[in-house]
Design a protein around this ligand. Structure first.
Ligand SMILES: Cc1cc2nc3c(=O)[nH]c(=O)nc-3n(C[C@H](O)[C@H](O)[C@H](O)COP(=O)(O)OP(=O)(O)OC[C@H]3O[C@@H](n4cnc5c(N)ncnc54)[C@H](O)[C@@H]3O)c2cc1C
Length: 375
């Protein structure tokens, strides 16, 4: 009888008509599955205590808010799943040698653990940049946003011709290989090529070897000049792709790339650098024209020299505005500006609507007048 009651509860919980839809913001989520993808890559799947539909644009990311050793740490991770399977979402994380958060996630995050995520965010997606023919180029863990796009096109039976070219170090480093092969075996408008940089002793590999270069690209995707290109991978990989395309006269309006970017400084390093900045700023303040930035809720204000960001000014006052990527991508440091003007150099972490409503990203906004910030 107890089993019957449990079944009823489960069916109510998962009634799609009663399921809420998430919106960009801060969300409490629960880790519900951990999957080993390769020797140094794991996928973490999440849902919420209350059923939620996780709709987002394939290619977008979330920013995790974690507490590690008593400190709040934020890092951004692309959503590797697709909104076509919306009851849960996942991120896929590669261990970075010496990396604080990626190693912590691999070693500590387990099923039933709860954490907060911010998002979804990001301009690198296939909804804002639609196309009938796409070329998805990925290197290493840069596969995550492109996998989300590939899953989306496949699950929705989209009339989109996809050429997916993934580069990995060795055969044991290929992420999502079986699933990509499955997709390519099921539909005719999805072609997959994998390039391994090198083959180690004991490994077998029949595919392409070396780096993605002009001759390989022309062999794999002879019509690449007529495709919208999405590229994500290590900086040298993306630089090489850009150089190759530019040399061919590719129209870069149809080229999009995602950088996993500069990681935030760890707290100790940050404290040292903040102290150094504070000294420099104090000197600058003496000699340069300054603006006053007021943090209304904190009841403090400060003089800032030209070029100092709102986030750095807040830090000098001891005000901690949460920050993720530090380069205007993730949107974590968004604050509301009540008065004044800023020069904002963001990378897609804020929408036009939010800018019109007076929001700014504090990590990449410098005052161009006196400012009042609601924080
Ligand atoms: C939009 C976006 C999407 C992303 N998506 C993904 C994704 O899907 N999957 C994924 O795996 N990653 C993704 N990233 C990268 C991710 O956010 C992290 O940057 C990554 O996991 C490394 O974080 P970490 O804390 O492990 O490394 P960190 O601790 O930040 O260290 C990074 C590097 O710096 C070195 N380092 C750290 N501290 C010091 C120091 N004091 N002195 C010298 N060197 C130091 C480390 O050894 C390491 O090499 C994404 C990033 C962005 C911005």
């Amino acid at each position: 009888m107890a089993d019957v009651i449990d079944d009823t509860e489960a069916s109510v919980n998962f009634n799609p008509l009663q399921t809420r839809v998430w919106a960009s913001g801060r969300h409490a989520v629960r880790c519900v599955r951990v999957i080993s993808e390769t020797w140094d890559v794991k996928t973490f799947c999440f849902n919420a205590a209350e059923p939620m539909m996780y709709f987002f644009k394939p290619g977008q990311f979330v920013t995790l808010e974690l507490e590690i050793d008593g400190e709040q740490v934020m890092r951004s991770y692309t959503i590797s799943s697709s909104p076509s399977v919306p009851y849960s979402f996942s991120i896929t994380v590669k261990r970075i040698p010496g990396g604080r958060v990626s190693n912590w996630l691999h070693e500590n995050l387990k099923e039933q653990d709860e954490l907060a995520v911010h998002g979804p965010n990001g301009d690198f997606n296939c909804i804002d940049h639609p196309a009938e023919k796409v070329l998805l180029l990925s290197g290493g863990v840069g596969i995550t946003p492109l996998m989300s796009m590939a899953r989306w096109h496949f699950d929705t039976n989209a009339d989109v011709d996809v050429t997916f070219v993934h580069s990995a170090r060795t055969p044991r480093d290929i992420i999502f290989q079986r699933e990509l092969e499955h997709i390519s075996s099921r539909v005719t408008n999805f072609s997959l090529s994998i390039i391994c940089e090198r083959i180690e002793i004991g490994q077998s590999w029949n595919g392409y070897r070396g780096y993605l270069d002009e001759s390989k690209l022309e062999m794999i995707a002879p019509d690449y000049m007529n495709r919208r290109i999405f590229c994500c991978g290590p900086t040298p990989y993306m630089n090489a792709v850009r150089k190759l395309l530019a040399a061919k006269g590719f129209d870069m309006d149809f080229y999009h790339q995602e950088s996993f970017g500069a990681t935030p400084m760890d707290v100790t390093q940050e404290a040292i650098e903040q102290a150094e900045i504070a000294v420099k700023v104090a000197e600058e303040v003496k000699k340069a024209a300054t603006f006053t930035v007021e943090f209304i809720e904190s009841g403090m204000s400060i003089q800032v020299p030209p070029g100092e960001t709102v986030h750095a000014a807040a830090s000098r006052l001891g005000i901690t505005i949460p920050r993720g990527c530090g380069v205007g991508i993730c949107g974590t440091c968004k604050v509301h500006k009540k008065a004044g003007e800023v020069d904002i150099q963001h990378n897609g972490g804020i929408t036009e609507e939010e800018l019109e409503e007076g929001y700014v990203l504090s990590c990449c906004s410098t005052p161009t007048s006196d400012l009042s910030i609601e924080y």
